[in-house]
Design a protein around this ligand. Structure first.
Ligand code: AMP
Ligand code: MG
Length: 334
């Protein structure tokens, strides 16, 4: 149930978005920066506010599968997969589809970086969903943060980072999943996972019924933020698989992994809880200003841990000059 303040803010958001403005809004993965997917200027300002390279395509958000039919080719098998994922299982997953040759609505070429494919997602968060329904048009939404840094999982994280650049930041507490959506390319006969997320490989296999042999988390042709070696980074250095603390480091544990940690992603060793706490914990350490770096203990490489480790590997990778960005593929699933 949405409260009165949320309903009023959704009305305000609609006014802003339909005039080509930008709004930050919660989703269950992370908070997003929303704009009309049909408006070149609005999409351009998203890239500008984030400092995101324009060759990195955005995910187009909708509230109903049939909305995707306006601009994507969707056959019965693809529809069935999307329907199971979004309407039956409430998964936080984005699907990459082929654009229609003659679309009924024109998605900005800036949003897709000129590709012949487009990533689409129905967010499960009720505020995001109601906002999309109120607008009735597809909206692009990358995470509501300065490019390459930590994704925001609550209202205040967005305000601290982009508050002076965005007129309205909607609030629905902490994101319930805490990691960016799983991205699955279903645009050709061979399905590929482009980015792991809270939705695990075994859920994809058993519940979406996708043949596991088709998993191949490689994608050569585009530079995607989710594939960059350096991404999702705190503003201070971070090292992973740590057992102990060096001087000035904040030690982050998981369960009983390190006995005297300063912060624990989940005392009970619950990977879903760790995913929910990950970005806010790293942001808190960054903002406290008393630590020079972060040491984070090993997270089990299973279930949601695969996506947590994917983000931690990228977040702890050494900085690279903008013109020498290395693409790091997700680990192939075996
Ligand atoms: P985010 O930074 O969470 O907005 O991530 C968007 C992700 O979706 C990036 O990794 C993009 O490269 C990916 N993406 C968006 N559109 C496409 C597409 N057409 N094909 C492949 N990946 C895409
Ligand atoms: Mg992002």
């Amino acid at each position: 149930m949405l409260n009165q303040e949320q309903l009023t803010n959704i009305d305000k958001a609609k006014d802003i978005l339909m005039k080509g403005g930008i709004v930050a809004c919660p989703t269950e993965t992370v908070y997003g920066l929303f704009a009309s997917a049909l408006d070149d200027d609005a999409v351009r300002s998203i890239y500008k506010i984030k400092g995101r390279p324009s060759r990195n395509p955005l995910i187009v958000h909708i509230h109903d599968i049939n909305q995707a039919r306006d601009f994507c080719d969707i056959d019965d098998i693809q529809y069935d997969t999307m329907n199971k994922a979004w309407n039956i299982y409430n998964y936080s997953v984005s699907f990459v589809l082929r654009m229609k040759d003659n679309p009924d609505v024109n998605i900005s070429k800036l949003a897709t970086s000129g590709l012949e494919t487009v990533a689409v997602r129905i967010p499960m968060d009720p505020v995001a969903n109601a906002m999309l329904k109120a607008c009735g048009i597809p909206l692009v939404a990358p995470s509501a943060n300065t490019s390459n840094y930590l994704s925001p999982t609550n209202h205040d994280m967005v305000v601290m980072d982009l508050g002076d650049k965005v007129p309205l930041v909607l609030d629905n507490g902490s994101s319930t999943r805490g990691l960016e959506s799983t991205i699955i390319d279903i645009s050709s006969g061979v399905y590929r996972i482009l980015r792991p997320g809270v939705l695990t490989y075994s859920e994809i296999r058993s519940n979406l019924g996708i043949n596991t042999e088709e998993y191949c988390a490689t994608y050569e042709n585009i530079v995607a933020p989710g594939m960059m070696k350096k991404h999702y980074s705190p503003r201070i250095p971070m090292r992973i698989n740590a057992y102990d603390r060096k001087p000035g480091e904040a030690l982050v544990g998981f369960g009983n992994s390190v006995p005297d940690c300063d912060f624990n992603l989940s005392k009970s060793g619950d990977l879903h809880e760790a995913a929910r706490n990950l970005y806010a914990t790293l942001k808190k350490i960054e903002d406290l200003g008393i630590y020079i770096s972060i040491a984070i203990s090993a997270i089990p490489e299973e279930g949601v841990g695969i996506a947590i480790n994917d983000r931690l590997r990228r977040g702890s990778a050494p900085s690279e000059p903008a013109d020498q960005i290395t693409i790091e593929r997700c680990k192939p699933y075996v």
